[in-house]
Design a protein around this ligand. Structure first.
Ligand code: TXA
Ligand code: MG
Length: 321
């Protein structure tokens, strides 16, 4: 666990927003208001900032995160919009809607944002403070709800302070949130059926409004089931090569994904830092995947703090498929 920070409460005036933007650009974590709930923001292109979000929330799993941008141009820099996605974007953004879209790999997002998926969840929030902040930072900001894992989502700056004070750099106080529940998440049910929009998480925008904008019913939950809960699938992201966990050393023919002071082909954190290891995990798994198919051995990772989320993901990678 990182040493306690003195969490600052920033007013949502010009100086406070400029300070929050500066902190985010330097990789610090800042909570900010959206119309749904307060988000815990970090630079989506900074592996350590994204890993720090999981640590600050005490999340036991690497669920993929939502990238926040101020407008459609910002969305198109990081994701590909289909015709139906564009219809929804034009009808409801800015607003309490999140779309799960095909990610542009060249956009420079941390691999941890999508937790190994080829898609990215994107949202254009309507809250004027979120809008001003995102324009000032001028890069995508990932933000889960700003509560410790398993606790109620915060709708005031005081809620955020009560849950995360000492763990994040600052809270930007924009008053209470208007909607009070998280955004509605819409994904697109994959082929072989024609991709059809499907609600992955009900939220601040109603299904009726979405169907009215589309002029067609949404896909059923069954049709969307394959993409509903990526974090729950046993073998959700796995490299092509077989994976062996808890390896003190590599056996002949194996490549070692190390942790700590070991001879390794890739090392998640030579100094044994779990936040650094989390920041490197998905990128290194992708790199090892591209590098070949020789079996992968993985050093033991302590099952504490972010080590639990790392081990959860490694167990999925090693699961029989
Ligand atoms: O209203 C909201 O959406 C708030 C504010 C801060 O914007 N954010 C929020 O984030 O609720 P979070 O991290 O608590 O919820 C993100 C949800 C998770 O259920 C996650 O599984 C899903 O989005 N998600 C993110 N990326 C995804 C992807 N590529 N595919 C499927 N689901 C995804
Ligand atoms: Mg949440």
């Amino acid at each position: 666990m990182a040493p306690a920070l003195q969490t600052r409460l920033l007013q949502a005036d010009e100086a406070g927003i400029a300070e929050a933007a500066d902190l985010l650009r330097r990789g610090a974590l800042v909570s900010f208001p959206t119309e749904t709930v307060y988000g815990l923001g970090g630079d989506a292109g900074n592996d350590l900032a994204v890993a720090g979000i999981y640590e600050a929330k005490g999340r036991p799993r690497f669920n993929p995160l939502i990238a926040h941008v101020p407008d459609l141009a910002g969305v198109e820099r990081i994701a590909v919009l289909t015709d139906e996605a564009r219809t929804l974007a034009e009808a409801f953004w800015p607003g309490p809607l999140t779309l799960v879209l095909e990610a542009r790999p060249e956009a420079g997002m941390s691999a941890l944002v999508s937790a190994g998926l080829s898609t990215v969840a994107v949202r254009v929030p309507a809250h004027p403070v979120a809008q001003r902040l995102l324009r000032a930072v001028d890069r995508p900001i990932v933000a889960p709800s700003a509560n410790p894992s398993g606790r109620i989502s915060p709708t005031t700056a005081a809620h955020v302070m009560a849950g995360l004070s000492g763990r994040i750099a600052a809270v930007l106080d924009g008053g209470p949130c208007g909607v009070g529940v998280e955004s509605t998440i819409v994904g697109f049910a994959p082929r072989p059926t024609v991709p059809r929009p499907v609600v992955l998480r009900p939220g601040g925008l109603s299904v009726e409004d979405i169907e009215a904008a589309l002029g067609a019913p949404l896909a059923t939950r069954d049709e969307g089931a394959r993409i509903t809960a990526p974090g729950q699938l046993a073998s959700h992201y796995a490299p092509d090569a077989p994976v062996r966990l808890g390896a003190e050393t590599a056996r002949p023919g194996e490549r070692l994904l190390g942790f700590g002071d070991v001879e390794a082909d890739w090392n998640l954190s030579p100094r044994g830092d779990l936040v650094e290891a989390a920041a490197n995990l998905f990128r290194m798994m992708h790199e090892m995947d591209r590098d070949g198919t020789a079996p992968i051995a993985v050093s033991p990772i302590p099952d504490e703090g972010l080590g639990r989320a790392i081990n959860d993901r490694l167990r999925r990678a090693a699961a029989p498929r």
